[in-house]
Design a protein around this ligand. Sequence first.
Ligand SMILES: *[C@@H]1O[C@H](CO)[C@@H](O)[C@H](O)[C@H]1NC(C)=O
Ligand SMILES: *[C@@H]1O[C@H](CO)[C@@H](O)[C@H](O)[C@H]1NC(C)=O
Length: 605
Amino acid sequence: MRSFSSWSTLAVGLLAALASAAPSSPYKSSMSKRQASGDHLVFCHFMMGIVPNRQSSADYDSDMQRAKAAGIDAFALNIGKDAYAEQQLAYAYESAEKNDMKVFISFDFNWFSPSSDASTVGGMIKNFGGKKSQLIVDGKVFVSSFAGDGLNVEQLRQAAGVDIYFAPNFHPEQTADPSAIDGALNWIAWDSDGNNRAPKPGANVTVSQGDATYTKWLGQKGYIAPVSPWFFTHFGAEVSYPKNWVFPGDLLWYNRWNEILQLQPRFIEIITWNDYGESHYVGPLSSKHTDDGNSKWANDMPHNGWLDMAKPYIQAFKAGENSPAKYITEDQLVYWYRPTLKSLNCDNTDTTGQRPDGVDTMEDAVFVVALLTEDGKVTAVSGKNSKTFDAPAGASAWKVDMGVGPQSFSLERGGQTVMSETSLREVKDQCPCGLYIYNAYVGTVPAGEPDALDKDGLTALTSGLKVSTCAATPSLTGAPPRPTANTSAPIATSAPAPETTNSPPPSPATSASPSSDVSSIPTGTVRIGTSAPATSASATSGPATPTIASTTVAQQPESGGGGCTATVTESSQVAPTNCLQSGQVWKGPNAGPDCCDGASPCCKH
Ligand SMILES: *[C@@H]1O[C@H](CO)[C@@H](O)[C@H](O)[C@H]1NC(C)=O
Ligand SMILES: *[C@@H]1O[C@H](CO)[C@@H](O)[C@H](O)[C@H]1NC(C)=O
């Protein structure tokens, strides 16, 4: 059962109706003024349908702890009618209690029937609503859903036997009168064509149009606004439910958070924690789950940096503020990109045989969000392309054209490198596992902890693949490039220089402007705390502050590292060197390509 992919079956009518809805500004609604800031809550959608392999409440602990640390108030536990649902709910409620988190049930009406399951659903609310970790809002047991228009809400309330705050994912055009509910979740977190696919010329329904439709419909009732980073799904003939498309991603995660700080709804729901199949997870790959085929595009694709990026925004949202700047207490760069360019043709080896629908709405670009305590120069190197940006204190977003090769990022102040990293994943001109992979690789500077799928999360990776060069194993588990503290190294010499880079080192004169996506964001949301103009860092920040976090030089030569040469064969290229083609020679840790899958044995010490 795959309740986590249920969005795909959404009624076409919903989006069509949104398309014709008046796109009045959602930002000036009376609702946003009414809410006291302490009232704001942050939820995150959690797919129970993909965690039947969890054995006890302990299997939920790391998710609870990580979400709580990010400022998430409650998980919306999405359940269908699976046999294991109640057992897993019990584990989740128990773990939430242990970890001082809150949870509530989000009934998935792809599986429950709106016309006949009102009492069943009410009975489950009765069973779980009294638990200590149940989210209570306005003194009532909080309950939500995916879909469910037409449900007999009165019957559900009676069966529950407790006061409930019912905020289902009903739709304004299917449930004209919202008087039976207390609030509602809007699921549509991506711009679309109004027909469950990416926008097309002449058909573009934006997320903020959905905000406007919902807030108008709900009046003073609680609006749960959606926030999602990405959408890519690529199930082929190897499963019974082929689906192959993207919605526009790129800087969605950054732009939407800024929108949320303007809109200030009472509730927001991050979509999702662990829906790997649609690539909108912000939880770790290591979060225990099974594999429905998503590992083909989730393997080696950590998203943890996205949760990092959300943290200051969540704090600002809860405080009712329009800028995350004052909640940024440490410098961090969060970057993301797809692993291949759109021009790469994988038709012959891909499991679907075609590019995902909607790829024209995405840019071949590497995106960087700078979370800075003070102004600085951010450099992004993508293959042969390099750009340096004058990033202001606070949050700002940038992009550079995507290039094949290593991807590296650095922060400089006053001519001194503050920190830099080279990503563990290169952009390639080969189809990963033969496939069109339009998921995003998300990294950070300083680098985060390594994160990988476990055995359960990889069981379907090779199923249906047309190439034999791909193994069901993580390949980015090697340690990130080792930090080498050097407080005096200028960026031009300490930043890892990709071998293929022909462009000259970036200089202040080549500093670029913010990307066009970014300049539409109100300036107040990206810059506070300084009156200096955002020009060159050396002009505004005065003497350099030697706040060295981790100056990194990738792949330092190591003495005694010889004897690593190995010729890769068809059968051995999976480990340790599946970056190479059969017949190529791996020359050890100091010659590229490196043992980029990090697997053992590997000559890198
Ligand atoms: C859809 O409209 C929004 C708002 O005008 C715009 O930012 C976005 O680029 C459009 N998308 C497409 C694919 O045209
Ligand atoms: C640190 O950087 C300086 C300036 O570039 C350089 O001379 C020195 O060798 C570096 N030290 C180390 C340990 O890399």
